[in-house]
Design a protein around this ligand. Structure first.
Ligand SMILES: [Ca+2]
Ligand SMILES: [Ca+2]
Length: 83
């Protein structure tokens, strides 16, 4: 079975892990919507709650209400592919 993070290099994965841990301010191992909102408002100060909700919904692939690291990696991969 191929690894799910096939197209990401180990050093990139380490950077993504750091970003993930920075957003996960309560160190629960998952990103909650409030943590995403806080991170988004640092990057994009005028981001609306609707925009944040939309990004959260797009990232929370299994819709369990939290962003797991695996989901975070997938959304970063999608962004990198689109760039
Ligand atoms: Ca958290
Ligand atoms: Ca999830």
């Amino acid at each position: 079975m191929p690894p799910k993070t096939q197209s990401i290099r180990p050093n990139e994965l380490a950077i993504i892990r750091q970003v993930f841990d920075n957003i996960d301010t309560d160190n629960s191992g998952t990103i909650e919507v409030a943590e995403l909102a806080a991170a988004m408002k640092q990057i994009v100060p005028d981001a609306t709650d609707e925009e944040i909700d939309e990004i959260f919904a797009q990232t929370d692939l299994d819709r369990n209400g939290t962003i797991e690291f695996e989901e975070f990696v997938k959304i970063i991969q999608t962004w990198l592919e689109d760039a």
